[in-house]
Structure formats: structure tokens, C-alpha cells
Design a protein around this ligand. Structure first.
Ligand SMILES: *[C@@H]1O[C@H](CO)[C@@H](O)[C@H](O)[C@H]1NC(C)=O
Length: 356
């Protein structure tokens, strides 16, 4: 319908359709909110009734008042005190409803209260007709799907339940689906089911769909699990090639796996730490099954061959620095000429060797 809303010629009829759509949506929402408003009013009426239960006319009663007015309990004054507190002053809807129907409250107070003690039922449902009995909905208070005792078979909410609005359709609770909220969503199965009752229970964590509670009852396995009569975890880590990168090891978990970084002493590894390396990284060597830093500075061949250089070992590499009293200039270590600026700290010269 909206796709026919082209420019120019259809503009008028189109905006009219939109207007009707808006109006009907608006009206439906109004019917629900009118009932909510009415419910608040009658709730507050009942509260006011309790609040005023222990009051009387107060100290100012004259003999005339005692004679002229009926007892406070059933008096107009008590009614007025209750009516005054039915709405928040800011609630337009509420104040309008009370104002519009004030005479109904008087009628009920003086004539109907005894025979119809439930004000919500008498006022909201039967008199101004903005609400319906529980489990019914819409202008004619039709019965919700599944019956008014257990709308949506106890597994969902009936649209417009208890109001003159709504369409009576069910919005099902979590785990339930279907027009009647008797079916289970994927990942759940019917533990109990007949025409009027359904209990959906979660499948085993390995199942995408199932007919029972164990991993043998799966119709279909979830990703990361495979069917071997029952759904069992796939060990992704034994697959060739490994799902992880070269500098990572694989850690299997139920239904999944993860990749973790190898120790930096390793070039490839099968687990955490420097003793699970497949090979040692550059600058490390195998010492009793564990990749250990090579001390380049204590090799027979000097690692820092230049004059006045010192070798400093670090993990996986080493660097050459000028000896104390010397500074780096154009790749050479030369004597510092200004003794005032002489630094205690040796300074780095060449770029580090090997891998860092
Ligand atoms: C459906 O099952 C429920 C719960 O077990 C039971 O109370 C009810 O009587 C059953 N109804 C029918 C029609 O079998």
C-alpha cells in the first residue's frame, strides 16, 4: 500500500492513508493506555479508602454537622478526600478521566458500593468500558488465545490482555514460539506437551536442536561438535594444518578452540612456556629441553669488536655500548673531550644485533 505513494498525483490520497494508519494505531494504543489510567485511578481510590478509614470529621464537628451529615465513613466529605488524591497533578490523562466520570464515583459511592464492591470491575470494565476482565481483550472482551485462565497457555502475554485494546495475539516467553506458545524454539525441547500445556527445556549444550536432554538426543549438533552417535566436541587442535598461526599454540575447549601466543624463546610451540618450543627462536638455544637465552657477550668470538666497546647481553640479543668516558660518533667510540659533560652512563652505539 505504501509503495503506491508516489509523488504528485497520489500525494493527497497517500497522506490520507497515512493519516488513517496513524489514527488507527493511535486509537489502539489509546485503548490500552486508557485501561492503565483507569487501573491507576481505582488503585489510588482503594488506597485513599484505606487511608481515610481511621479518620472522622475531625475536631470541628458541631452538633449540627453530626445531625445533618451522615457518618464520615459513608460521607461525601470522605469521597471528596479520596477523589482529590486519585491523580498526580501532572497526569493529564488521569485528571481528564476523573473529571469526565466524576458522577460515576458518586453513584458507586452512594448506591453501588455494597452490591459491587470491586470498583475496578464496576467502573473500568462495566461502566466506562476501558478495561476487560483478565484473560480477555478488545472492544468486546474476547477470550485470549489459550483461554482466559491461562492466556497463551501460560507461556506468553496476550496482546491487550485486560484492556479494550490489542489483538489477542500471543507474544511468547523465552524458549516458546508459535501462535499458541506451545512450540519450543531451537535449542529447547518439549519435556511435557499436550493440547493445552507445554514445558520447553534447554537442550544439551552440544545440540542445535534436540528431542531430549542429553547429547544423544540431538537432532543436529552445534558448530564445534560432531555427530558420533552423540554430539561430541571437535578437537580443532588436532586438525592438519593447525588452525593457529606459526607463533601460536592451539587450546581446545568444548565446542571451540583458541590460539595463544608462544613464549618468545620459541619458534613455534605446542604449549605455553619456553620448554614447549618446537624450535628455539634466534638468540635462544636448547638447554635441557628448554629454549634459553644465548649470552652473545661470553662467546669466544667477541661480539663487539670495536675499540672501547662493551657488550651488553639481553634476552634473545645483545648490544654494543661505548665504555665509560667514551661516546659514540659516526659508529666509533671516541674519548669525551669535555670532562664537565662526562657521563657516568655508557651510551649505546651500534644498532642491536640479532632479534629483539
Ligand atoms: C496436559 O498436561 C497438564 C500438565 O501435565 C495436565 O495438568 C493437563 O490435565 C493435561 N491436559 C490434557 C488435556 O491432557
Amino acid at each position: 500500500m505504501l509503495s503506491s505513494c508516489g509523488p504528485y498525483l497520489r500525494l493527497l490520497s497517500c497522506s490520507f492513508i497515512l493519516f488513517l494508519l496513524f489514527k488507527s494505531n493511535h486509537a489502539k494504543r489509546d485503548l490500552k493506555s486508557a485501561c492503565t489510567t483507569c487501573q491507576q485511578i481505582t488503585d489510588n481510590f482503594n488506597k485513599g479508602f484505606e487511608r481515610t478509614a481511621k479518620q472522622n470529621f475531625g475536631g470541628g464537628n458541631t452538633a449540627w454537622e453530626e445531625r445533618k451529615l451522615s457518618k464520615y465513613e459513608t460521607s461525601e466529605i470522605r469521597l471528596m478526600e479520596i477523589l482529590e488524591h486519585l491523580c498526580e497533578s501532572s497526569s493529564f490523562e488521569c485528571n481528564r478521566m476523573v473529571e469526565e466520570h466524576e458522577e460515576h464515583f458518586e453513584t458507586w459511592w452512594f448506591k453501588k458500593k455494597t452490591k459491587h464492591p470491586d470498583l475496578h470491575k464496576w467502573f473500568c470494565i462495566e461502566t466506562i468500558k476501558v478495561c476487560c476482565p483478565k484473560g480477555t481483550f478488545g472492544p468486546d472482551c474476547n477470550t485470549c488465545i489459550g483461554g482466559s485462565e491461562r492466556p497463551c497457555h501460560g507461556n506468553g502475554a496476550c496482546d491487550g490482555d485486560g484492556t479494550r485494546g490489542g489483538n489477542g495475539k500471543c507474544s511468547c516467553d523465552h524458549a516458546y514460539k508459535g501462535e499458541f506458545c506451545l512450540d519450543c524454539v531451537d535449542g529447547y525441547f518439549n519435556e511435557v506437551r499436550n493440547d493445552t500445556f507445554s514445558l520447553c527445556t534447554e537442550c544439551h549444550r552440544s545440540c542445535k536442536t534436540c528431542t531430549g536432554a542429553t547429547n544423544e538426543d540431538c537432532d543436529e549438533c552445534k558448530e564445534g561438535w560432531e555427530d558420533q552417535g552423540a554430539c561430541v566436541d571437535v578437537n580443532e587442535c588436532t586438525q592438519e594444518p593447525s588452525p593457529c598461526k606459526e607463533d601460536q599454540y592451539c587450546l581446545n575447549s568444548e565446542g571451540s578452540y583458541s590460539c595463544k601466543a608462544c613464549d618468545k624463546a620459541c619458534a613455534g610451540c605446542s604449549g605455553p612456556g619456553s620448554d614447549e618450543c618446537q624450535a628455539c627462536a634466534e638468540g635462544y638455544q636448547d638447554v635441557e629441553g628448554s629454549c634459553t637465552d644465548v649470552d652473545e657477550c661470553s662467546q669466544s668470538e667477541p661480539a663487539c669488536p670495536k675499540e672501547h666497546q662493551e657488550c651488553v647481553n639481553n634476552k634473545g640479543s645483545f648490544s654494543c655500548i661505548c665504555s665509560s668516558g667514551y661516546e659514540e660518533k659516526d659508529g666509533e667510540c671516541i674519548q669525551q673531550n669535555d670532562p664537565a659533560e662526562e657521563s657516568e652512563e655508557p651510551q649505546a652505539t651500534t644498532e642491536p644485533h640479532g632479534e629483539l
